[in-house]
Design a protein around this ligand. Structure first.
Ligand code: SF4
Ligand code: SF4
Length: 448
């Protein structure tokens, strides 16, 4: 070490001549996020990866994350194309004992792969772009929902979808609602409760708006029943399907709008709640990991899953004690979505529903449903997706229940596809117990 580099007694503090040494001159080009170097190769992430479990060719999260990052530091390596086989279930994040930010690494690597290595005229790119940008197509589909549903339901359309775009024809495309949640919300005149002390901003996401408004209406009825004032800010897709498909610029544009609108709602004294576990996951974890718009951290810190928020802020046990859901529902086979698990919410639904008379929810285990958003819609992933979901389907069929229950729209599609059961959302059960009008099975009484 030369004299110039050797620290002197006065060199640490209080010496105006002290010049800091640049230990890693190349540091600006290296990824030094916390956790990136913390992998000690235990392989726990690999043994918890549902894709690696059934697909021998998938190298697993350890390779997709820390190993690729290390390789890329040493030389200018391309991102391995297997990153597109990761379903973005995020189970590896929760499994890692060393808090390595695996899904952040996957998202970044996938974004780089799509941006720099993927042929923008390939069928895969076009198909993925369409799947990732559901929110842009859904308004067109819901302009004439009955016609769209008829056309989408034709086997010829599904056959074409598979041949031309590579979207599996094995699944039935989800139907559009005849009235979107936002149309209903406007028609009823918005919030029916004013309460500056209990105010929430509802992030409904795309699916509850265009396809299952009964879930969003259940949230409104339950929260208003408990005295909350509800705001429904302008919003774009949460970005979940964009992250999963490496469309980071699309995700960035959506996130910018969402952060701006939700941060404004925070200023108005609201907390943010989401009814879809992937949307809350996105706002809470992926936004602060990948973006730095003003307000991103505030939005992340003040976002809640809709059931979690009530569990923490209300005495739900007292509210639900002695209530029942009549004949509207059977017992439930409950699947906790991976993105709910990642937020530590896997046990809450069984706990919350327990005080309702006559309701029994059976946990169908901790396996992944296998569909993971857009992953299971791709023709080349269909078989893998069904293999991953086999355990969940078997447990649903073994459970003493014929209605499925979950908080994730795509898990719900897989549950229905695998069992033929009707699938409902926890908020709909709470609505039936507290308000008595679950729209998915009730015959009327849904004017507001
Ligand atoms: S679980 Fe974490 S520490 Fe273990 S191999 Fe995976 S990334 Fe590395
Ligand atoms: S996100 Fe899921 S599919 Fe992707 S590597 Fe992690 S565990 Fe495997």
């Amino acid at each position: 070490m030369s004299d110039a580099e050797r620290p002197t007694d006065g060199g640490v503090s209080g010496d105006d001549d002290f010049e800091p040494i640049q230990v890693f001159p190349e540091a600006e080009e290296m990824d030094l996020r916390p956790g990136a170097d913390d992998c000690y190769k235990c392989s726990t992430c690999d043994t918890n990866c549902p894709v690696a479990e059934v697909d021998d060719e998938f190298p697993g999260p350890k390779f997709q994350g820390p190993e690729q990052w290390r390789l890329k530091r040493q030389e200018d390596q391309d991102v391995d194309d297997s990153v597109m086989k990761c379903s973005n279930c995020m189970r590896c994040d929760s499994a890692c004992p060393s808090d390595v930010p695996l899904s952040q690494m996957h998202n970044t690597a996938r974004g780089e792969y799509v941006e720099e290595q993927m042929d923008k005229f390939s069928r895969e790119y076009v198909r993925n772009r369409i799947l990732a940008n559901y929110r842009r197509l859904a308004p067109l589909g819901s302009m004439f929902p009955r016609t769209t549903n008829f056309v989408m339901g034709l086997s010829a359309t599904q056959w074409l979808g598979e041949k031309v775009l590579g979207i599996t024809s094995e699944r039935e495309l989800p139907e559009f609602a005849t009235e979107t949640f936002r149309e209903w919300w406007t028609k009823r005149g918005g919030a029916q409760v004013t309460n500056p002390d209990k105010r929430i901003a509802y992030f409904h996401g795309c699916y509850a708006n265009y396809n299952t408004p009964e879930v969003a209406k259940a949230l409104v009825r339950v929260y208003e029943h408990l005295g909350y004032e509800i705001m429904v800010p302008d919003q774009h897709c949460s970005g979940t399907p964009m992250f999963a498909n490496g469309m980071l610029e699309d995700a960035r544009r959506s996130a910018e709008t969402n952060v701006r609108e939700l941060a404004a709602a925070l200023e108005d004294g609201a907390d943010i709640v989401a009814s879809c576990s992937s949307c809350s996951m996105s706002l809470r974890q992926e936004y602060p990991e990948l973006f730095d718009f003003d307000g991103t951290d505030d939005v992340a810190e003040n976002t809640w899953d809709a059931v979690e928020y009530l569990r923490v802020h209300e005495d739900l046990e007292a509210e639900l004690e002695g209530t029942s859901v009549g004949d509207e529902f059977d017992d439930f086979a409950y699947h906790a979505p991976c993105h709910a698990r990642n937020q530590g919410l896997d046990g809450q639904t069984l706990e919350v529903l327990a005080p309702i008379d006559g309701v029994e929810a059976h946990d169908v285990g901790d396996s992944c449903s296998g569909i993971s958003g857009t992953y299971g819609w791709k023709a080349e992933n269909y078989e893998t997706s069904m293999k991953i979901g086999e355990e969940m389907v078997d447990h649903m069929e073994d459970a003493d229940a014929e209605t499925g229950l979950t908080e994730c729209p795509t898990c719900s599609m897989q549950m229905e596809h695998g069992t033929g059961y009707e699938i409902t959302h926890t908020l709909e059960v709470l609505e039936a117990a507290l308000v008595g009008t679950a729209e998915s099975t009730a015959t009327g009484a849904n004017a507001q």
